[in-house]
Write a protein that binds this ligand. Sequence first.
Ligand code: HEM
Length: 61
Amino acid sequence: MFCSPGSGRIAPSHKGMGITEADWARFLEITASVAGELGVGPTEGGEVMAFLDTLKADILD
Ligand code: HEM
């Protein structure tokens, strides 16, 4: 999958861009808000949030 941590593409595409904790927090906020508007339930939403957390270390500087 394109954003799988094992694909080796996420870190090269994001590390060094200066993405901060604040950027990450805003990204999660927007994602949760859109998921809410689309009616994504807590179970599925929680799974996506847990998956996104596995990418965090490869994205932030
Ligand atoms: C705060 C969070 C994020 C920010 C600010 C961000 C920002 C960016 C930016 C600016 C680019 C363009 C890089 C370029 O063309 O030079 C990019 C590319 C990309 N991002 Fe993100 N990103 C974030 C999170 C994510 C996440 C969570 C995923 C996957 C689920 C993701 C997947 C990708 C992919 C697949 C590309 C294209 C890489 C390529 O062309 O090889 N990004 N991102």
